[in-house]
Design a protein around this ligand. Structure first.
Ligand SMILES: *Cc1c(COP(=O)(O)O)cnc(C)c1O
Length: 349
């Protein structure tokens, strides 16, 4: 008998979310353009991240574009890692700037600060730093570099809300930070996003850009209503995922299975990553058995030099793009019997 895993639900059934949706429908607030649900969510985000300004919007992808527009990036260059979410590259192009690619750190998914000097030019307008696959970028080093060069930093926290390093939350290092509330994310409303900043003028520019007689990139009141209880529960859920990872690690270790790459000390894990040769066949094998597994990002290293500048060697990003497998976080919330079957499956190759 081949091993198979039962399907796992995402999002989880949650009485607090069900009650929030029911209440929004009962009092008609679900149908309003603006109201107390959005205001409450903004307040929660402001408090948690100590950000003075929060703009809710339609997606994490749009949040990055709005962040760049808020920083008045209209031309010139934006530095980002060659292994990153594809929409970040597009956001740079959308505002009229050109991406400049740097490599990720060896064996990791986060931007290598050692490449920044080679990427910097008089054209540099911004730096995008993403926290990916359960790893946090080396933020104190990156912040130092950004300050020394007068380059504003946009921090992509779409995969890591609640994570912290060196005593600061992911999202508190950047001049601007972005969140996603997409259907697979740790905080989800199916769709949605947010831009966080403590710079008033950045937030003002985003408001002006979004205002077209009405907000053109909105998050709805109903979306905000179902997100509010999830923010209250975020730390507890991250703790559950941390325990799930520790358990899966132990089970994989006992079976000489693959080694998970993430550093789970800082708390928020969207997808647990590992690397294998013949990655696509392995994704197919695990998916066929019902595991919530997919391939990593494709990376930008092969994109035309007409579209982006590549001042440094990008081989670590290429390796990440070719060999990464990702396990969806819903598996980290599963019980031990599920994780045992999963570990058997992952180790059986
Ligand atoms: C999901 C994601 C986004 C974009 O979010 P959407 O809401 O899906 O547009 C951006 N960056 C990273 C790292 C992501 O994982």
């Amino acid at each position: 008998m081949p091993i198979t895993l039962p399907p796992l639900p995402w999002p989880l059934e949650d009485p607090a979310i069900a009650e929030a949706a029911r209440a929004a429908i009962a009092d008609g607030s679900w149908g309003q353009y603006e109201g107390r649900h959005g205001e409450r969510l903004r307040q929660q985000i402001r408090e948690r991240w100590s950000a003075s300004h929060v703009t809710l919007c339609c997606s994490g992808t749009m949040a990055m574009e709005l962040a760049l527009r808020g920083l008045r990036v209209q031309a010139g260059e934006v530095i980002l890692a060659a292994y990153d979410f594809p929409g970040n590259f597009r956001a740079v192009e959308s505002v009229g700037a050109s991406p400049v690619l740097v490599d990720v750190e060896p064996g990791r998914y986060t931007l290598n600060p050692q490449h920044l000097d080679a990427a910097f030019s008089p054209q540099t307008q911004a730096l995008i730093v993403s926290h990916l696959h359960g790893e946090l970028a080396p933020m104190s080093q990156l912040r130092q570099w950004a300050d020394a060069h007068g380059v504003p930093m946009v921090e992509d926290v779409c995969q890591s809300p609640g994570a912290a390093s060196d005593g600061r939350l992911a999202g508190q290092w950047g001049d601007v930070a972005t969140l996603s509330f997409g259907g697979s994310k740790l905080l989800t409303a199916g769709r949605g996003g947010a831009v966080l900043t403590s710079r008033e003028e950045v937030s003002q520019r985003i408001l002006v850009y979004s205002e077209r007689g009405n907000n053109a990139f909105p998050l709805s009141e109903l979306q905000a209503a179902v997100l509010a209880p999830q923010l209250d529960q975020l730390d507890a859920m991250n703790e559950r995922r941390r325990l799930g990872i520790a358990q899966l690690r132990r089970l994989l270790n006992e079976r000489s299975g693959p080694e998970l790459l993430l550093d789970d000390s800082h708390g928020a894990v969207f997808r647990a990553a590992w690397r294998q040769p013949a990655r696509d066949e392995e994704v197919a094998r695990l998916s066929a058995a019902g595991a919530p597994v997919g391939a990593g990002f494709r990376g930008f290293g092969r994109r035309s030099s007409r579209r982006c500048r590549k001042p440094v060697d990008l081989s670590e990003s290429a390796i990440a793009a070719e060999s990464t497998l990702l396990l969806h976080h819903r598996a980290l919330l599963a019980d031990e019997s599920y994780l045992t079957i999963l570990a058997d499956l992952m180790a059986a190759r």
